[in-house]
Design a protein around this ligand. Sequence first.
Ligand code: HEM
Length: 366
Amino acid sequence: MTTITMTSQRSERPPWLRNVFQRGWRMGILLLLLVASLGMAPLADAQADTDREMATAAPGISAEQWRQVRSGETGPNYRDSRFDSNYNLINASGETWRQIRNRWVSPFGLIAIGGMIVVIALFYFIVGRKHLDEPRTGRKLFRWSLLMRSLHWTVASLFIVLALTGLNLLFGKFVFRTLFGDAVWAWMISASKVLHNYLGPLFGVLLVVLLISLLKDNIPKKHDWVWFKKAGGLTGKHHPDAGFANGGEKAWYWLLATVGLVVVASGFVLDFPNYGQSRDTMQWANIIHAVGALGLTAVALGHIYIGTIGTEGSLEAMTTGYVDETWAKEHHNLWYEEVKDQAMSEEEIAALKSNSSGDASASKPS
Ligand code: HEM
């Protein structure tokens, strides 16, 4: 549990009040999140109210017309409605797609992402940051090369831009159109679409490169099941066994290698409609793409939490390329046993850096 150093007033406060002070700022974060999630309620409501949305999107078509169209005889998908002397070409399967998207996919996204934010906040509030059990030794072990770090941060940045633009495509109109008006919203949505469509394939290619580079270290082993049974060390006193990647990291890897690739593949189907795929195929690709991407975004929040404030010493692995011996021993003991004789002091690393044009971790020492 994280503690905050108190001032000299400390001894004058009763323990329960001290507790409130200690937890106060975390409470504040929690309250903010609750208020934010309340703010999301009208958004979910607007998405779920498909008839209200339809009345603005296609004002000429009434429920009566839809009934006529659905009972028509001109083909399974396209019907024309000549009701009321108006001519409307209506795609019935498109309406089914719209219903699935608005009634199921959008609420799923809100629940998955909003739920994950609340779970992370509660976890941080109740369990707190995972600090190292032992003091740091100051000696470092090499973990990520410059090339792997650059690849990781490029894929991560692209993922974040795709997640934000994708969320804007799904929910943005309920927030930004109301806030900024039609002109700004029109600019925002077309910018989101262009960014999403062009960066998607780049992300896909780089994700495949990342997955191939990491495959060797992410093959599931027997001790990974034990890691999960012990909830990664949350239960019991000792950290469960872990190699270069622990059970949680391997799960994240395989989620990206399965769901991530499905999201990329369905994105390609949507990005290149010129290969003869039918409208139905595009609609299914859209649903699969959205569900997969929203689920991944929710899990990515967990990965980001664990990699930053959640675990002491993890972020420096991906920023400097090196980790402290203590971190390695506690979080990746089997890997530590393999590489412990390669530990270096800060001075040795600095000397190595000056000998290898600025970055000691450009290549992995054997
Ligand atoms: C700001 C966002 C992110 C932060 C702060 C972050 C942080 C980290 C850190 C600290 C590690 C190293 C953990 C270790 O050395 O054991 C790591 C590994 C990794 N990250 Fe991220 N990450 C972010 C976003 C992402 C995203 C969006 C993706 C994928 C789309 C991703 C994919 C990975 C993968 C595949 C690994 C390797 C895990 C393994 O070995 O199986 N990261 N990340």
